[in-house]
Design a protein around this ligand. Structure first.
Ligand code: SF4
Length: 403
């Protein structure tokens, strides 16, 4: 059996899915049950079967819980396509198996999105915003804690919109409740900038275990482009003020953001506004995407497309700028002591760990040398930073390792 879980958020994600499709088509032995699931299935449905003769079932985003049924159907000679056109129901059913290491767990608090960013296909693929009931989330967090989770990562297309769909509660309240569950590290991803308000910052500031990690995708800094994107059209100085408030109100705040470069109508002056903003804001972490026109989004109809070479050039300029900032930040950390969580201990070489400011699979890692044989994944230990490259750091435990 082969299950391909796909993403369709941007063109590179779809290209990656196609790469996997080609590999599976080449390698799958006759009789293999091949299931394609996720956002790309939701987007193209039936077409995947025509594209890939080996595919047995195509499941949209509401059907993860029916993968076993799909495999049974394939075995019975069917080729089902289960895709909900109208916007999927939230599907958070959990089986007994987690694909992450036992100490790390992703916790979905909502699905879909009701924002109207003009470049984004999410609402089409995943429907409007729906929050899970707070009691379900807390029950799952407790179950994950009982199953050895030491770090919870809260996910949704927009975590800060939690409860705004009338489901009750708010992210600020949820943070307080999750803090009490007792998992040592709780990380919140994907906060919409317009919803990072004082109440939310107070909740972060008051929490003991919810990390002061702010993943706030800003997408651009030019008000003209932001407006055209359907995002809050803040002036750069206004956005800088808001970032300053986060840093002031929440001690140790770490800021991560993402930008979209080459949006239709982006002039060189707009790009310079963005680059100057990045230089000024000095984010701890920054990612960027090159704009790609997404079928069915309002942005595909916009005039003044930026040529692909110019988009690539701007992307590289922005990433190079941030690289310097990241290196400078890492250099300043050398010599300081921090807590890290152990992720992996390979048979040889350094252990792989992460600091509070390093989200899993997103922000680089901490390479740990000179560690005790007694440490294990999920342990949180104090280390001293001894070196770095651009995005990763190197550290050694504080104190002598045990035998
Ligand atoms: S907030 Fe994020 S998920 Fe929602 S529409 Fe905008 S880019 Fe898409």
């Amino acid at each position: 059996m082969v299950i391909i879980n796909t993403c369709s958020f941007i063109k590179p994600a779809r290209e990656e899915a196609h790469g996997v499709f080609a590999e599976v088509q080449r390698k799958a032995a006759p009789g293999t049950a091949v299931v394609v699931a996720g956002c790309y299935s939701q987007m193209v449905g039936e077409r995947i079967k025509r594209l890939l003769p080996c595919v047995g079932a195509v499941l949209g985003t509401a059907y993860y819980g029916r993968i076993a049924d799909a495999v049974k159907a394939i075995r019975a000679g069917e080729r089902p396509v289960w895709v909900n056109e109208a916007g999927p129901d939230i599907d958070v059913r959990r089986g007994p198996v987690r694909l992450t290491a036992p100490h790390l767990a992703y916790l979905k608090i909502a699905d879909g999105c009701s924002h109207k960013c003009t470049f984004c296909v999410i609402q089409r693929l995943r429907g409007p915003y729906r929050s899970r009931p707070p009691a379900d989330i807390i029950a799952e967090a407790k179950a994950l804690k009982d199953a050895s989770a030491r770090e919870l990562v809260l996910l949704a297309q927009d975590t800060s919109a939690y409860g705004t769909d009338g489901a009750g509660g708010s992210l600020a309240e949820l943070i307080g409740e999750l803090d009490d569950v007792g998992v040592p590290w709780v990380r919140v991803m994907y906060l919409h900038p317009a919803r990072v308000d004082e109440r939310l910052l107070d909740a972060f500031g008051a929490a003991e275990r919810v990390l002061p990690y702010f993943d706030v995708p800003l997408q651009h800094a030019s008000p003209k482009i932001l407006k055209s994107m359907g995002r809050p059209a803040w002036k750069p100085e206004e956005a800088l003020d808001r970032l300053a408030v986060i840093r002031e109100r929440v001690p140790g705040a770490v800021l991560r953001t993402t930008f979209l470069v080459g949006f239709p109508g982006e002039t060189w002056a707009d790009f310079e506004t963005l680059a100057n903003f990045v230089a000024e804001a000095r984010f701890e972490h920054m990612g960027a995407f090159e704009y790609s026109p997404e079928e069915g989004t309002p942005a595909v109809t916009l005039p003044n497309r930026v040529p692909a070479e110019a988009v690539a050039e701007r992307y590289h300029k922005l990433m190079t700028l941030q690289q310097g900032i990241a290196e400078d930040r890492a250099q300043r950390l050398v010599g300081s002591s921090i807590d890290v969580i152990i992720d992996k201990i390979p048979p040889s070489g350094p252990a792989i760990a992460r600091a509070r400011f390093q989200a899993p699979e997103t922000d680089g890692v901490t390479y740990l040398t000179g560690f005790s044989k007694n440490i294990k994944p999920g342990d949180i230990i104090k280390v001293k930073i001894t070196g770095h490259d651009v995005y990763d750091i190197v550290a050694e435990p504080v104190g002598k390792p045990d035998a």
